[in-house]
Structure formats: structure tokens, C-alpha cells
Design a protein around this ligand. Sequence first.
Ligand code: ADP
Ligand code: MG
Length: 348
Amino acid sequence: MQEDTSKRTDVNELGEFGLIEHLTKDFKSKNASTAYGIGDDAAVIDNGGDKLSLVTTDMLVEGIHFDLMYTPIKHLGYKSVVVNLSDIYAMNGIPKQITVSIAISNRFSVEAMEELYAGIKLACERYDVDLIGGDMTSSPKGLIISVTAIGEGERDRVVYRNTAKVGDLFCITGNLGAAYLGLQILERERKIFLEHPDIQPDLGKETYLIERLLKPEARKDLIEVMRKSDLVPTSMIDISDGLASEIFHICTQSGVGAFIEESGVPIKQETEVQAIDFKIDPITCALSGGEDYELLFTVNPKDLDKVKYMPDIYIAGEVVDESEGIILNTKGGNRHPIKAQGWNHFKP
Ligand code: ADP
Ligand code: MG
């Protein structure tokens, strides 16, 4: 097939989400079992019974999503699973199976692939999921890993992005911005190494930030805590592209606005110190950084007492009317509209 070169539109004109929407808008579901298709962290399949099936997939490409110069390949295997499990938890589901598809060139040895699979195995063990298949093919140069995760959710407990209500409270798990700074540190060391190969990398005191990037965890623990307390969020998304982008997804899909307190956004002290060292405002790392794999969710205010005492969950603001916009109330008391600045995958 030949492309008609008289009409060529650059993919960057549409951006990632614009392109997905453009390419998929004419697809109509034919099957009653397709309960929810494109647009959330995972698709939802309803085959009857009290359990719904959840499916999500993510692809990691060498040179775009990871650099093997500073990514141990075992960590990469672990991470490629965890980022998918995070999307199942973001639906309030429990992951059960994964498939793993790999494209490799002959640059990679059997031993390197064994390491990759050691990481995949560790994630399967830690998160109680089964590897049930995949695909293996060759690539001209780099490594590409695509993982699909399959999970299940209870019919009345699956949580979507489009169901936040005015008056609900925004909650954030864990802490944000650390992985972004981990990446900045590794990029800095890579540049130094390329210019001065004899200088040893200085990674000593920032191990937490680097670990957050190279070996993230999905919040299985908090999904279990919520379950034990019988708390069902009114909406939820995982924080993979930066808080700002995820707030936008919840708000635009739910038709609401947001009033977020800067002081309510959890940022670790190590992250703050490192951000200031790089001359970046710490809140910018949380809003626009990405790769945190924490959860952003909303709860009905009647559940305030439940979330208030949950470990590692922070109340960050309130769902407001759409007309009020998406606002950050800074520590200094200024109100700024939050801009969505997720990763633009087409401009690495
Ligand atoms: P997440 O950040 O949670 O992994 P994405 O931003 O990757 O989600 O995707 C958003 C939505 O678009 C999801 O429902 C996903 O399944 C869908 N999607 C992504 N890429 C494609 C594609 N090439 N074709 C069809 N749907 C896609
Ligand atoms: Mg997601």
C-alpha cells in the first residue's frame, strides 16, 4: 500500500489522544459483552455473572520509554508488568493474568532475556498474576515490550474516570514527582559519562528517587485497604502521565472542575530538595512529571472519615462545577488554572 503524499498530516498535529480519537471514532461496538471500550485505564468486558473482566495494554519502546544505559534489564521486566497492573487497580480491579510480547534484535543475548524474564517473574510473584502467553519476534535494532494485563472487578465496584460528582473530594496516594527527578538524575549522569567516561556516576544519596523511576510499584496495597473499609471511590485513574494530565481526564470525562490545594499534593522531602537543586518547582514535578504509578481518586464526602485515617492517602482538593475550571490554590494563596502537560509521545 502506498501513502498518498499529496495529503500528509503530521501526527503531532493531533497529539496522542487526538490521534486515538481520530482513528477510533467510527468503530461501533457490536457485542453486548463490550461494557466499556476506549477511554479508561482498562476496557471492561461483561460476560454475565458478578465479575467483570478488565483488559489493558501498554508498550515500552527502547529509546522512548527506557534507556538501557541506566536501566537494569531485570528492572525493566518488572516495570513493564507493574505499569499494566496499575491500570487494573485504577479500575478498582484485581489483576490475574498477563501476556508479554517482545521484539528483539540479535544485540540481545539469551542471558539478557533471562534477566528480563527474572524481573517479569518477580512482578508475577509479588502481585499474584500468571503469565499465560505472548509473542516473540525480531526487531531491526531496539527492544520493544508490550504487556497486556487481564483482571477482574466486582460488578458494582468497578470504578471509572467519568463518574466524579461536584462536592466529592480528590485523594492522592503515596507521593508524586520522585520518578521524574530520578530520571533527571540518570540523564545528568548519562551526559557526564558520555563526556567523561572515567568519572564514576554519583547516584549515592538519591537512591529513593532513582528507584521510583526504575522499579515502581502499583498500589495493590491501597486497593486492598479500601476494600477492607468498604470504600468505593466515585472515580479513579492511575497517575502515569503527571497529576495535571490525570486531573484533566477525570474532569473532562466527568464534566466537572477541580479545586486542588498545592499543600494537599503529597511530595516527599527528598523530592523537594532534589527539585530545588535542579531549580524546578517541586509542584511542577508532581503536576507534569509522570511515571509515579500512584492513584488519583474521588470520594463522596460521606466517606471522609474512612479516607482520613487510611495510610498513605492524602486529600488534595474538591470536585467543583465545570464552570469554575481546574484550579491550583498555591501555598502562597494564588489561584492558577492547571494546564494538562502529559508526555507527548511523538516528541521524545
Ligand atoms: P493509560 O495512560 O491509562 O495507559 P492510554 O493513555 O494509553 O491509557 O490510553 C487511553 C485510552 O485509549 C485507553 O482506553 C486505551 O485502551 C486507548 N488506546 C490507546 N491506544 C490505542 C490505539 N492505538 N487504538 C485503540 N485504542 C487505543
Ligand atoms: Mg492509566
